[in-house]
Every structure is written in C-alpha cells, then in structure tokens.
Design a protein around this ligand. Sequence first.
Ligand SMILES: [Fe+2]
Ligand SMILES: [Fe+2]
Length: 182
Amino acid sequence: METVSFTEMKQGTQADYLLLDRYEQEHTASVAERLLKALSQLRHGLAGYQIDRLQHSLQSATRAEQDGADKEWIAAALIHDIGDDLAPMNHSEFAAAIIKPYVREEVHWVVAHHGVFQMAYYAHHLGKDPDARERYRDHPFYESCVRFCERWDQPSFDPDYPTRSLEDFAPLVRDVFAKPLM
Ligand SMILES: [Fe+2]
Ligand SMILES: [Fe+2]
C-alpha cells in the first residue's frame, strides 16, 4: 500500500494529504460493513436478560418495521444499543454520534435520549428517578422518544417474538449508512 512521506503531520505535502483523503473516502464508504460487524459482536454483551443484546437490537428494529416506520427509524432501532460494550456509562450518546450524519435531527435526538427515557420503566426499582425524562417535556421530540421506547425498545426482550435476522437488515444498513445527508 502506498504511504505518506512524513513522520510528523506538519511535514506533509499536498500529495500526501490527497493520498490520505482518497484512503479516508474508501474507509468512510465501508462504515456499514463495520457497523454490521459491531452489531454481531453484541451477541457477547450484557448478561442477565432472556435474550442477548443483538437479539434485542434486531427485535427493536423488527418492531419498528412492523409499525411501518421509515428506514431511518429502523436503523436507529437497530443500532441504539451499539455502545453498550464500549460506552456503558453513556451508550445513548455513543449510538447517536454514529447515526447523526445519516438521519434527520428527530431520529438523532431520540437515539441520544432513549436511555433517560427508558428509565421510566425501571429506575424506581433502583432508587433512581423514573421521571428524569420530564425535563424534556416541552421538547418537540419528547413524544417521539416516548413512542420509540414504548413501542420498540422496552418490549424487545421477548425470546418468543418473531425477530428478523441481521442478514435481513444488512441491505437497509448499507442504504442508510451509504453517505451522509449533508
Ligand atoms: Fe439503550
Ligand atoms: Fe435498548
């Protein structure tokens, strides 16, 4: 593989940076493949549920699809917990950062805030505030996030739900993450 001439960035020439730019474009174009690989790794994540994190993600996406949601929402449902392994303290922001360039603001906002909205279902059992999401009550995407959690995220822990496979969703992932909206 062709490489640059420099060992410090400030020594780089225009030819060096044009070369890197070309490699970067190729790398960016294959983000969908890396996302599919990262999703498949969720098989080994968080213990204790009746289904693994990959199945939860697939089930959330399947439910979104069953509801007639558009491809941006289905992609959001599919990757919303992709940060569970690497960013367990702020997994919502992790997933939101990944999807941000490819979806409209509403979808990005909902992914970014789904964690705090999900607390409505369990936080009271742990001495935490189940109404933490109420601070966003007047936000234009509040209801959208409530719906995402109620319809797709919180019910998707069912081992008996007919859930589609990662292979089924691969074309949609390649489509949504093909190129940034801006
Ligand atoms: Fe989550
Ligand atoms: Fe989830």
